[in-house]
Unconditional design. Structure first.
Lengths: 456, 434
């Protein structure tokens, strides 16, 4: 703990407050003349070098050259106080799995430190004309490519499966040709949602469900769905499952305007891109939260971004309200409804799943909920495939130079999946799902799809 | 409130795990809440019950110096020498045996020591001898009571363990055997600050024939290996394949091979954490980890739910009975600032001198008041308020959050956790099933 009278917080500081009249108060960071918008000094001071973070880092485990989270966070933060010092380029090898956050016994905001260091590295030290920068920017802005592709999904799928395209992508852009590109859906979730009648249809369905359930017809059950890019463009079946499940519990949904959650942008140090996306998301969800909506996400990295990374990294009006009222879909139902009771009365055809908890689910304390819940579901056998990271970490495993590391990290999980009784995988994270499929050839489902099968 | 169990245990260390296991035996549904990875990763992996008592309160915390606590051979015989306010005096010897029984069952043959009540003497990486009740089976061949000539092996660059110094220290304590230390270069080259886990993995996978080359290095470094009946290494001799690694090294060295517990990040501590998690899973205990408990809801003197902060929103976890096992000052179950010492979740009473300069002694290993800070239990382990009245009818405390024990000086941390965890968990289970 800092020896300051009032240790500063790690929240972004409003410059007006920081430099205002209260600025005369003793503030230890000022001796370093730090103009950054947040003060990470308490984070660096709280680190007592126990190195537990390094023992949970999946990259450090397979890559001896990667100085783990302790270096990337508190140590690098301190080193870069010195004028003329540069950020070590190894920061780009951090996959942003955020496991270190969960391991630290001393509340050092490791991932926040990594995100800011990476942003600074990309801003100040990376050549903007380099293939790596351009490639990372394209990968980080997946939504833009997906938007184009969704206009001509069949053509896009054919092109992306075409060997020579992938060869050129690898040679010219550094995007590995080892992976199968995810297929674009012929109808996006939003197209389906509009065609189905949008929010009006959802309100009708929700009311019918409430009547059936004996809930008050005017019950205040309203959620705003953050579907993210992947379930919109690639796996609309997950988004549809969420809609069906929530409506069956009497919730009326809206699908407000939204951009990418920012997860791939944080991971690539593109904080300006992430902030632009965050501004759109916060503005559209903050209004709804004020009207009494809660936000739910089906992707655990999206809910992570809205909850933790946004308030840690940006100062946008309404950001705290959105963070406090955002939930992962299953988590929300567990808190609000008797999901256990509903599951206990349901049954599905016999099936066995190899479940993998995504790192970002782990960080939100959600890594056990699917297991716990579906163990009570008649017909279902659930097996946890261990606590290792899948290794793909979003765009990380798509980079030609990171592919091998990514697959090495995933080895444990693949092995456990093969050992598990089930030959269908289950996870909440779309890129973990890609990796699981890539490493085993298994079909991968989202917990919401099983919930839909059981309850709808 | 949709999230509900019969018993909710807050805290994921030894006390919490033991309480959960004990409660589950009653047939109650049990959930264990934990914030972060537990402090077991910082712990040696040894399970002490009581290693030292008494003394006049002056310095000498390692047990050897005059005035400090005196080492004891049998924890059970020494119980009545503890102060009345000590948690052991509240729960009694039966609870200690109960806790040890739950532990033995949970860890199976991964640990040794259950054959006797008497303390075993384990060599530490600092070159001292520690009395302990249970120890990993890989540590067992290295006990000080076994009169076998010993070679300690350290790795160059691994600053935590200097084998020649540790050996010299042990020799100075008059161990009943010859002991020497050598430093070897680990056969696989890592970065300078490589972790224990990295060494372990290289041996697990026998990377670049690491096992054979390590044995060769030891043979080269030791003047005459035949002089030694056993060889001790820092506890990083493999993880998943630990037994196999030790067997191969023993075969190549022609001596018994044992491990010496290390500081953090401690492989033995992590392995114990895994063993306990597996036991919790096998007992059908639900786990929720990653978010801190920050408050509670109560009515009529009973806790109704514990509030868990998930980034701004407080989510209630409801139960019939609750166990507070959040740890002491290190585990953050007890908090302090410049003004006061507090228990942050239920704001239970934690007695402490008003002047904070009375919280500690000038000597590093002195008889610090802060070491005994914690909640004050009634005779059913329920925290009491300043007037001695029970705070809540259905809240019991276990482990480091309880005051009254200087577990570091007494070498009793794990034992207090086991005994009070077992007691609190059983009582919670009984009450919930009534």
């Amino acid at each position: 703990m800092s020896d300051a009278e009032n240790p500063p917080t790690t929240e972004p500081i409003d410059p007006a407050v920081r430099d205002g009249p209260s600025g005369a108060d003793f503030e230890p960071v000022s001796v370093f003349g730090d103009d950054a918008t947040m003060d990470l000094r308490p984070g660096a001071d709280n680190c007592y070098k126990c190195s537990v973070c390094d023992t949970v880092c999946p990259v450090a485990e397979v890559d001896d050259d990667f100085p783990g989270p302790k270096f990337q966070g508190p140590e690098q933060w301190r080193l870069k106080r010195k004028e003329g010092s540069e950020i070590d380029d190894s920061i780009m090898s951090c996959s942003n799995c955020m496991r270190c956050d969960d391991a630290c016994p001393s509340s050092v905001p490791l991932s926040q430190m990594h995100n800011t260091a990476r942003g600074e590295y990309v801003d100040e030290q990376m050549n903007k004309l380099s293939v790596e920068y351009v490639r990372n920017r394209i990968l980080a802005n997946y939504r833009t490519s997906a938007w184009f592709a969704s206009k001509v999904p069949r053509l896009a799928n054919a092109v992306m499966r075409f060997g020579p395209t992938r060869w050129v992508m690898e040679k010219a852009m550094g995007v590995t040709s080892e992976r199968e590109f995810p297929a674009f859906a012929t109808q996006t979730f939003r197209e389906w949602w509009r065609e189905r009648g949008g929010a009006d249809a959802s309100r009708r369905n929700a009311r019918e469900a409430r009547e059936r359930r004996g809930d008050p017809v005017d019950a205040d059950k309203k959620v705003a769905y953050f579907h993210g890019c992947y379930s919109n463009y690639n796996t609309p079946e997950v988004a549809k499952a969420l809609v069906h499940v929530f409506e069956s519990f009497g919730y009326e949904l809206v699908a407000p305007e939204q951009r990418c959650s920012g997860t791939p942008m944080f991971a690539n140090g593109m904080l300006d891109d992430a902030e632009r996306a965050a501004e759109v998301n916060v503005s559209s969800f903050a209004d709804l939260v004020e009207e009494g909506y809660d936000a739910v996400a089906s992707c655990t990295s999206c809910s992570m971004a809205l909850r933790q990374e946004y308030p840690e990294l940006f100062d946008i009006e309404g950001i705290e309200d959105v963070a406090e009222n955002t939930f992962e879909a299953l988590e929300y139902l567990r808190i609000q409804e008797d999901l256990e009771g509903a599951i206990a009365n349901a049954s599905v055809e016999e099936q066995a799943f190899a479940y993998h908890a995504p790192c970002h689910a782990r960080n939100q304390g959600l890594d056990r909920q699917a297991l716990e819940l579906f163990r009570e579901l008649d017909g279902v056998a659930m097996e946890d495939v261990g606590d290792s990271c899948s290794g793909i970490s979003g765009t990380y495993g798509w980079k030609e130079e990171k592919y091998e590391t990514s697959m090495k990290i995933g080895e444990d999980m693949f092995e456990h999946m093969h050992d598990a009784a089930g030959d269908v995988g289950m996870t909440e994270c779309p890129t973990c799902a890609m990796q699981m499929e890539h490493g085993t050839g298994y079909e991968i489902k989202h917990p919401l799809q099983l919930l839909e099968e059981a309850l709808c | 409130m949709a999230i509900r169990e019969d018993v909710l245990v807050v805290g994921g260390g030894i006390a919490g795990a033991t309480a959960a296991l004990a409660a589950a035996e009653s047939g109650a549904t049990v959930r264990l809440l934990s914030h972060k990875k537990s402090t077991l990763r910082q712990a040696s992996g040894l399970v002490d019950v009581l290693g030292a008592v008494g003394g006049d309160g002056s310095t000498g915390g390692d047990g050897s110096a005059a005035g400090g606590p005196k080492l004891i051979a049998d924890p059970f015989e020494a119980l009545d020498r503890l102060p009345d306010s000590h948690p052991y005096r509240v729960v009694g010897a039966d609870a200690i045996r109960d806790g040890l029984g739950l532990f033995d069952e949970a860890v199976g043959d991964a640990y040794a020591g259950e054959h006797t009540d008497r303390n075993a003497l384990v060599l530490t990486h600092g070159g001292t001898i520690k009395p302990t009740a249970r120890y990993p089976e890989s540590v067992a061949p290295g006990l000080a009571s076994s009169e076998e000539d010993t070679l300690l092996v350290g790795f160059a660059g691994l600053t935590d363990f200097d084998a020649p110094t540790a050996a010299a220290h042990l020799e100075a304590t008059d161990v009943p055997f010859a002991i020497d230390g050598v430093t070897v270069t680990f056969p696989v080259k890592f970065r300078d600050d490589a972790l224990t886990t990295r060494f372990a993995k290289a041996l697990d996978t026998d990377e670049s024939s690491a096992r054979k080359r390590l044995a060769d290095a030891v043979r080269d470094a030791a003047a005459d290996l035949d002089d030694y009946e056993r060889v001790g290494f820092p506890a990083m001799l493999g993880d998943d394949a630990g037994r196999e690694v030790r067997a191969e090294l023993a075969d190549r060295l022609g001596a018994t091979v044992f491990q010496i517990p290390t500081g953090p990040p401690s492989l033995l501590g992590m392995q114990l954490e895994d063993l306990l998690l597996d036991a919790l899973d096998d007992a059908g205990i639900r786990l929720a980890s990653g978010n801190p408990a920050v408050g509670y809801e109560a009515s009529d003197g009973r806790v109704e739910s514990v509030l868990v902060d998930r980034r701004g929103r407080e989510v209630p976890y409801a139960a019939e009975e609750f166990v507070l096992a959040t740890g002491g000052l290190v585990g953050k179950g007890i908090d302090s600032d410049r003004e006061a010492v507090t228990e942050p979740i239920f704001d239970c009473h934690v007695p402490h001198p008003t002047d904070r300069y009375d919280w500690s002694e000038p000597e590093a290993f002195g008889d610090h008041a802060f070491a005994r800070f914690g909640v004050v239990p009634d005779d059913d382990l329920r925290p009491t308020d300043g007037s001695g009245a029970t705070e809540f009818g259905n809240l019991r405390a276990a482990g480091g959050v309880l005051g009254g024990a200087d577990t570091a000086r007494e070498k009793s941390a794990a034992g207090v956790s086991l005994a009070t965890g077992a007691y609190a968990g059983r009582r919670a289970g009984e009450e919930a099933m009534r």
